[in-house]
Design a protein around this ligand. Structure first.
Ligand code: ADP
Ligand code: MG
Ligand code: ZN
Length: 480
C-alpha cells in the first residue's frame, strides 16, 4: 500500500521584549540564576500578573504578517500541570479565543508552485523556568531550579495539518523563522531555544479522507533535525502498519545522536490540563484602531521586498531570494544600489565576494567591515576602467583586511589598469617574438592558441592590462 504523510507544526517563538510577559523583570539571557525574579514570576501567593503591552504588539505584528485575523476580545487561560520549573502550578496561556486566528503562509514547493499552509492560531503564553542538574545547581550536587526564564513571553504558532513532506515542513518553518526575525520580534536562535518546534506526524493510505493517528515529536531544535525527525517518524509509522500494528497517539522525543524518535508518554499518560479562564487577567480588547496602527508600522516583508527587487530592479528570482535572506542583507543591498545604479552587479558582488568573506570569517552582515558605499566605489572603479574585474578581487580582499577605501589601495599598490595601447602593443610584440612557433600555429588555423597569448600578456602586465584592449590588439597583430 502507498501512504500519504501528514504533518502539522507547533512553533514556539520567544519574544524579544526587555521585560517579562506579566511582570517587570528583565528577560536578559545568562544572568545569575534567580536574579531576575519577583513575586509574580516566582508564583508567590497573592501576586498579580499585569500584561506587557509590547507582547500584544508583537503578537499582532506576527498575526498580520501571517494573514491572521486579530481577535477583538481574546482571553488568557490557566493550563494546569505540576512540574518543579512551574512555581504557580499552572502556565498562563490562551485556549479559547487566542489573539490571532485563521492565517496562512504561501510556501514555494518544487520551484514555482505555491502551496498555501493554514495557520490555525497564534497565542501568547509564558515560558517556564529551567531545571539545573549537577555542579551548577548550587551547594551540593543535587538539582536546582532557575526561574529567570519563568514568565518570558512566547508566541505559539499552530499550523493546520496541511504539510505533506519533510521538505514542505522545513520550507514552512524557514519562512516563519524569516518573518519573526525580520519583524525583529524574535532573535531566531534555534540552538538557544528562541525558536523551537514540535512536529505532529501521521500517515494515511493514499486517497483516504481520514487523517491517521498522529505522534507529536518534541525537541527538534534545528531545521536539519526537523527534516530527520519527520522522515524517521513517517517510516516508523509505515513499517508499524505494514507489520500489522497500529500507530498510537503519543508524545515522542527526537534523539539527535541516533536520528530516531522514542516514546515519551502515551495519550493515556497525557496531562489533562483543565484549562479555564484566568480570573486574574481581564479579557484583552484590541480596537480596530490599534490593529490599523500596527498594520501601518509593519516593515516591508520579505515576500514583498523580493517582488519589488524583481519588478523594479529586474533581478532574477534567485537573486531576489538570496538578497532578502535577512532584513539586514536586503538593507545592505539597498544601500549599495543607492550609491551604484547597476543592481545586478551590486547583487553579484554581495552574493559572491561579500558572502564568501562573511562566511570565511564567521562575520554577520551587520558587522561587515566593508560599507555598502565602499563596495559601490569599488564597482565604479571597474566601470570607469581604472581596474579590471580581476584586480578588483585583490582590492576587495585588501579593503576587507585594512578597511581602506578602494581608491587608496589602487594608488598605493599601483593597481591601475593599463589601457594604454602603446604599452600593450610593446608587450605583445615581445611575446610574439619570443613565441614564433605559436604564432605560426595560430596563422595555420589553430585558433585555440589565442588563449595562450592572452595569458602571456596578462602575466607580463601582472594582471593589469585591460582585457578588451588586449583582445583587440592581439587579434590584429596575429592575423598579421
Ligand atoms: P494538541 O494541542 O493536543 O497538540 P491540536 O489539535 O492543537 O492538538 O494539534 C496540534 C497540531 O497537530 C496542529 O499543528 C495540527 O495541525 C496537527 N495535527 C492534528 N491532527 C494531525 C494528524 N492527524 N496528523 C498530523 N498532524 C496533525
Ligand atoms: Mg501539541
Ligand atoms: Zn518577575
Amino acid at each position: 500500500m502507498k501512504y500519504q504523510p501528514v504533518i502539522g507544526l507547533e512553533v514556539h517563538v520567544q519574544l524579544l521584549t526587555d521585560t517579562k510577559i506579566f511582570c517587570g523583570c528583565s528577560t536578559k539571557f545568562g544572568a545569575e540564576p534567580n536574579s531576575q525574579t519577583c513575586p509574580v514570576c516566582l508564583g508567590l501567593p497573592g501576586a498579580l500578573p499585569v500584561l506587557n503591552k509590547k507582547v500584544v504588539e508583537f503578537a499582532i505584528k506576527a498575526g498580520l504578517s501571517t494573514n491572521c485575523s486579530i481577535t477583538p476580545r481574546s482571553i488568557f487561560a490557566r493550563k494546569n500541570y505540576f512540574y518543579p520549573d512551574l512555581p504557580k502550578g499552572y502556565q498562563i496561556s490562551q485556549f479559547e479565543d487566542p489573539i490571532c486566528q485563521h492565517g496562512w503562509l504561501d510556501i514555494a514547493v518544487d520551484g514555482d508552485t505555491v502551496k498555501r499552509i493554514g495557520i490555525t492560531r497564534i497565542h501568547m503564553e509564558e515560558d517556564a523556568g529551567k531545571l539545573v542538574h549537577g555542579e551548577l545547581s548550587g551547594p551540593g550536587d543535587g538539582s536546582g531550579v532557575d526561574l529567570n526564564r519563568a514568565c518570558t513571553p512566547l508566541l505559539e504558532v499552530v499550523s493546520e495539518p496541511d504539510l505533506r513532506t519533510s521538505d514542505e515542513a522545513v520550507t514552512y518553518l524557514k519562512q516563519l523563522h524569516q518573518i519573526v526575525t525580520w519583524l525583529g520580534i524574535c532573535d531566531g536562535n534555534m540552538e538557544e531555544g528562541s525558536f523551537r518546534c514540535d512536529a505532529n506526524v501521521s500517515v494515511m493510505p493514499v486517497g483516504s479522507n481520514t487523517l491517521g493517528t498522529r505522534a507529536e515529536i518534541k525537541n527538534v531544535n534545528s531545521f536539519k533535525f526537523v527534516k530527520q525527525a519527520i522522515e524517521y517518524e513517517i517510516q516508523r509509522q509505515i513499517d508499524l502498519i505494514e507489520d500489522g500494528g497500529t500507530v498510537v497517539q503519543e508524545t515522542r522525543l527526537f534523539d539527535p545522536n541516533s536520528g530516531t524518535t522514542r516514546s515519551m508518554r502515551s495519550k493515556e499518560e497525557a496531562h489533562d490540563y483543565r484549562y479555564f479562564p484566568d480570573p486574574d487577567l481581564v479579557p484583552l480588547v484590541i480596537s480596530d484602531e490599534w490593529i490599523n496602527r500596527s498594520r501601518q508600522e509593519l516593515p516591508e516583508l520579505p515576500e514583498q521586498r523580493r517582488q519589488r527587487f524583481m519588478d523594479e530592479l529586474g533581478l532574477p528570482l534567485y537573486d531576489a531570494e538570496v538578497l532578502t535572506a535577512s532584513r539586514a542583507l536586503a538593507d545592505y543591498f539597498e544601500a549599495g544600489i543607492a550609491a551604484h545604479s547597476n543592481a545586478k552587479a551590486v547583487g553579484n558582488w554581495i552574493m559572491g565576494e561579500i558572502t564568501r568573506a562573511l562566511n570565511d570569517s564567521g562575520t554577520a552582515i551587520e558587522a561587515c567591515p566593508i560599507a555598502p558605499g565602499q563596495l559601490a566605489e569599488l564597482l565604479t572603479l571597474i566601470d570607469n576602467g581604472t581596474i579590471s574585474g580581476k584586480i578588483a578581487k585583490t582590492v576587495f580582499d585588501e579593503m576587507w583586511r585594512s578597511g581602506k577605501a578602494p581608491q587608496v589601495i589602487v594608488e598605493e599598490q599601483g593597481l591601475v589598469q593599463v589601457s594604454d595601447g602603446d604599452a600593450i602593443e610593446r608587450m605583445i610584440d615581445e611575446i610574439m617574438a619570443a613565441n614564433a612557433g605559436q604564432v605560426d600555429e595560430y596563422r595555420s588555423g589553430k585558433e585555440k592558441v589565442f588563449g595562450f597569448f592572452v595569458g602571456q600578456v596578462m602575466k607580463a602586465s601582472k594582471g593589469k592590462a585591460n582585457p578588451s584592449v588586449v583582445n583587440e590588439l592581439l587579434l590584429g597583430k596575429l592575423k598579421g
